[in-house]
Design a protein around this ligand. Structure first.
Ligand code: GLN
Length: 201
C-alpha cells in the first residue's frame, strides 16, 4: 500500500516485549509493509509506529536501554504517527496516575494502570466506536484513560472511562484490537497516516 503522496507506507511495530507479533499479522492482512522495531535504526523511513500491549514497565526499560526512546522522540518531531494499545497507550500518554514514571506525553491523556482490579483482569465486551461502529473489545489487565486534553478526540467510552482516543499524532486504545481478527481499527490508523501525509503537502 502507498501513502497518498505515492511513497511506500511502512508501519513499524515496537518488538521489545508484548503482543507485537499479533500486530504484525494484522498489518500484513491490511496489506501494508511492516517492520519489527528493535533498534534506533529500525525507525528510519516509517510512516507509523505501533506500540503494543505488554508490560509498560518492561517496555519502558527496554526503550531506554536500546536508545529507542530518543529515536522515537526525534521521529515524532519529523511527523511519525503512533498507535498505542494498552501498555502502548500508557507509554504515549502524558501522565500515569499515582506514578512518577516516564511516559512520552505525545497525547494529553491521564491513565490509570491495572484500573479494572484483580477480579476483572481480562474481559470482552461490545462497544460502539465513533467512525467505526460496533466492535468486540478485549481488555487484558487494562488501564483506564481517565481524562484527556482539549485537543484529543474521544472515539469510545466504557461508562465514564475513555477506551479509544486520538489527537493529530496518536491513536490510543486501552484494549487489544490485534487479538480480535477485526482489522477495522488498524485500517483506521492506516487511513489516519495517509490522510495526514496528504494534508501536509
Ligand atoms: N497492565 C499492563 C501495564 O500496566 C498493561 C496490560 C496490557 O498491555 N495488556 O503495563
Amino acid at each position: 500500500m502507498l501513502n497518498e503522496d505515492g511513497s511506500l507506507l511502512t508501519i513499524g511495530v515496537l518488538a521489545l516485549q508484548g503482543s507485537f507479533a499479533e500486530h504484525i499479522a494484522a498489518l500484513k492482512k491490511c496489506k501494508v509493509n511492516t517492520r519489527e522495531v528493535r533498534l534506533p535504526s529500525d525507525i528510519e523511513g516509517l510512516s507509523g509506529l505501533i506500540i503494543p500491549g505488554g508490560e509498560s514497565t518492561a517496555i519502558r526499560t527496554l526503550l531506554q536501554v536500546s536508545g529507542l526512546d530518543k529515536a522515537i522522540i526525534k521521529a515524532k518531531d519529523k511527523g511519525l504517527k503512533f498507535f498505542g494499545t494498552c501498555a502502548g497507550a500508557i507509554l504515549l500518554s502524558s501522565k500515569i496516575e499515582g506514578e512518577s514514571n516516564y511516559s512520552f506525553g505525545f497525547i494529553g491523556a491521564v491513565v490509570s494502570r491495572n484500573a479494572y482490579g484483580r477480579q476483572l483482569y481480562s474481559f470482552e465486551k461490545e462497544f460502539d466506536i465513533k467512525n467505526i461502529g460496533k466492535f468486540n473489545v478485549i481488555f487484558i489487565r487494562a488501564p483506564k484513560i481517565l481524562y484527556v486534553g482539549k485537543d484529543v478526540e474521544i472515539l469510545a467510552r466504557d461508562g465514564r472511562d475513555i477506551i479509544l482516543a486520538e489527537n493529530d499524532s496518536c491513536l490510543i486504545a486501552t484494549f487489544h484490537p490485534e487479538l480480535t481478527g477485526d482489522l477495522r481499527i488498524h485500517k483506521y490508523f492506516i487511513n489516519k497516516i495517509s490522510k495526514n501525509k496528504n494534508a501536509k503537502k
